[in-house]
Design a protein around this ligand. Structure first.
Ligand code: 5GP
Length: 343
């Protein structure tokens, strides 16, 4: 047994220090980024905020809404081949990732979808990206689709980001346990504070020319500012995109109020929906919640982008690309004044 005594930080442990700046308005901030990916060689320009491949957020309806603002969506993996190939709108495939697990059945289905739709992104997603089987799957998928940009995860430490990047991932997804409906830390005691995870993993990936996607734990627009400031190239959101018209999950009425159901992909609810049961050797590592219905996602996107533009203005970053160079985090004991509630 060993103890690492260095303090690891979460979004709530820091604020970003404001700096003198020549920027006078948030209108002047460019929140788009252009990447040319390490292995696929593909160039992509857009806003690097991504809807999570959860079945409540990675929906085709969400992708249609986010695509208008040049955001990405990782579609959930439970769509049938027909559902996906029936999308006729070709440019749409520039801003979606086809998600797959790594079983033979998953990879066969992926092959059919990719050969028919030629998406720009594939997302290989497993709860624990630390296995040799996963590294081998990344290698195999990379060889099979040399020009498709490959997102792979999740991991949360530099050495595994390096292993996956060298195996062929263009973007490594970072996050073990920070998610809003995740109970991994409670069930297993395993995890890593997300802000430190991003800082360390960005350093490892960027050293090799790779990219990272910070996945999970953002609860307010300021957390995205911190995730980008920490070196995240992309930021993936579940809970912040849940509860909208475009999100999946049943709409429920209770005492005159409307809610949408949101649940973790390893929750009992997800396992029963997709596999009909929870296998006896495992326990759920996700939970189900009801979120007050929030209407169209468009307003949430504007709120998030407004927040990020303002973060950039406070530290003098004219482009999102410059935000991490301009960021100094300060450790804090207190974040918000909640005397009148939390919103
Ligand atoms: P959020 O933005 O809601 O904080 O986090 C979203 C992320 O949580 C997802 O992209 C995914 O990585 C993770 N996640 C989703 N469902 C589950 C689950 O059931 N268990 C765990 N451990 N993580 C989950």
């Amino acid at each position: 047994m060993r103890i690492d005594n260095e303090i690891k930080l979460d979004f709530k442990d820091v604020l970003i220090r404001p700096k003198r700046t020549a920027l006078s308005s948030r209108k002047d901030v460019d929140v788009t980024r252009t990447f040319t990916f390490l292995h696929s060689g593909k160039k992509w320009k857009g806003i690097p905020i991504v809807a999570s491949n959860m079945d409540t957020t990675g929906t085709i309806e969400m992708a249609r809404a986010l695509y208008k603002d040049k955001l990405l969506t990782c579609l959930h993996k439970f769509y049938s081949v027909e559902d996906i190939i029936s999308i006729k709108d070709k440019p749409f495939f520039k801003n979606i990732a086809i998600t797959s697990g790594i079983s033979d059945t998953d990879l066969k289905k992926l092959n059919v979808i990719v050969s028919k739709t030629k998406p720009d992104f594939i997302c290989l997603d497993v709860a624990n990206g630390y296995t040799e089987t996963f590294v081998d799957a990344v290698k195999k998928v990379r060889e099979h689709y040399p020009t498709t940009t490959l997102i792979a995860g999740n991991v949360v430490t530099g050495e595994m980001v390096e292993a996956l990047t060298l195996a062929g991932a263009d973007i490594v997804k970072i996050g073990i346990g920070p998610g809003s409906v995740c109970t991994t830390r409670r069930q297993t005691g395993v995890g890593y504070p997300q802000l430190s995870g991003i800082i360390e993993c960005a350093d490892a990936a960027h050293g090799l020319g790779g990219r990272i996607m910070a996945d999970g734990g953002c609860t307010v627009p300021g957390d995205l500012g911190k995730a980008f400031g920490a070196g995240g190239d992309f930021v993936m959101l579940g809970g912040m995109f849940a509860g909208h018209s475009e999100s999946g999950g049943d709409l429920v009425e209770e005492d005159g109020e409307t809610f949408k159901v949101f649940y973790g992909m390893s929750s009992e609810r997800a396992m029963k929906t997709h596999y009909g049961k929870v296998n006896s050797y495992r326990s759920p590592e996700g939970k189900m919640v009801k979120i007050a219905y929030r209407g169209p996602v468009k307003d949430t996107i504007q709120e998030i982008l407004g927040g990020i533009r303002s973060t950039c203005t406070y530290v003098g970053a004219r482009q999102l690309k410059d935000l991490s160079k301009c960021t100094t985090f300060i450790r804090v004991n207190n974040q918000l004044n909640e005397v009148f509630g939390s919103v």
